[in-house]
Design a binder for this molecule. Structure first.
Ligand code: KPL
Length: 325
């Protein structure tokens, strides 16, 4: 891996600035991103992978074509942060761990350090955008990855990443950073409507994740009886809440538009174990607060009924760590 001393904030003017990325959160997404940025041929970005504990530097990525990519990454822990400052910090933790991770690196943030939030849902993103003095970008991705062990991650399938900021002030930075992610081999586009895109993914996650976690089934099985009807009930509750947030489905309108999107994702990820199911099976906390919380808060603000979403939320909240549903 080439290390350049021409570190520069992306979007700061140079034709091909080399950027030092800190990736905080060495789960499947974080390590998949780190491996791509570290092994890309151009630009010669550098990467440090930061976790609660330092991960092994020698990492492997199994590509969607079954090849094994190996690289030695710089790694660090939250207790012993990298000496070299970050040009950009990617937070790739689970949604519920994001703000604690940010707190742990607070002393190393400057008023201009760009943050990229890769979390599911729509919970920490507006709070961090309001609080961090520097630019905050949000990312939403359909890249599929899962952890094998501390040294190996499988990149199950290529998807697409969208990047943008919630207050519309950092589009040049989003465009510059999208170039780095593209150059690293991950399709990425800077967009002006990231809020809509985050909510759309939240809608899909809300319709799929709690049910597959509860019944311990793969996404595609939701198309079968009796699960299909349960998904449709969730979609009927989601649609008016999303409309009250002025979030439209990508095609069609209302219940029919959201239904099309959800069934399209259930079909294209039919063989997947959704992230929430993986969390439940591994005894980890789930992202129910980030995914269902904003919908329930919005329903309450707008006087809408959401009994099914409330009971899915309550069931996931009650789940003790290390217990299965
Ligand atoms: O994003 C996902 C997840 O697992 O969290 C879906 C779209 C449900 C794919 O599995």
């Amino acid at each position: 891996m080439t290390r350049s001393n021409r570190h520069q904030r992306p979007g700061a003017g140079a034709a091909h600035p080399s950027v030092h990325h800190w990736i905080v959160g060495p789960g499947a997404l974080g390590r998949m991103l780190a491996m791509h940025l570290a092994t890309a041929h151009a630009p010669h970005d550098t990467v440090t992978l930061v976790g609660r504990r330092a991960m092994p530097g020698q990492q492997r990525l199994i590509t969607p074509h079954g090849q094994t990519l190996s690289a030695t990454l710089a790694t660090a822990s939250l207790e012993s942060l990298p000496a070299e400052p970050a040009d950009v910090i990617h937070l790739t933790t689970k949604a519920y761990a994001c703000e604690a991770a940010l707190g742990a690196i607070a002393e190393r943030l400057t008023a201009t350090t760009p943050l990229v939030l890769w979390q599911n849902g729509f919970d920490c993103q507006p709070r961090i955008t309001a609080r961090h003095p520097g630019p905050v970008l949000c990312a939403t991705t359909t890249e599929g990855a899962h952890v094998q062990d501390d040294s190996q991650v499988t990149h199950a399938g290529h998807g697409k990443t969208f990047l943008g900021d919630l207050d519309g002030r950092h589009s040049a930075l989003a465009t510059a950073l999208a170039k780095h992610v593209n150059a690293a081999g991950l399709a990425c586009e800077a967009v002006a409507d990231i809020r809509i895109r985050l909510w759309r993914k939240l809608a899909v996650n809300a319709a799929i994740n709690p049910l597959v976690a509860q019944f311990q089934i793969r996404n595609g099985q939701l198309r079968d009886t009796p699960y299909r009807g349960m998904v449709e009930v969730v979609i009927e509750e989601l649609a008016p809440i999303l409309a009250s947030e002025r979030i439209t489905p990508p095609t069609g309108t209302g219940v029919q538009g959201w239904s099309e999107l959800v069934w399209e994702v259930a079909a294209s990820t039919a063989n997947n174990r959704a992230s929430m199911l993986q969390d439940v099976l591994a005894g980890r906390p789930t992202e129910h607060r980030a995914i269902l919380g904003p919908l329930l808060d919005s329903a309450q603000r707008h006087g809408l009924q959401a009994p099914t979403l409330s009971s899915l939320y309550a069931r996931l909240r009650e789940l003790p760590a290390n217990a299965r549903i």
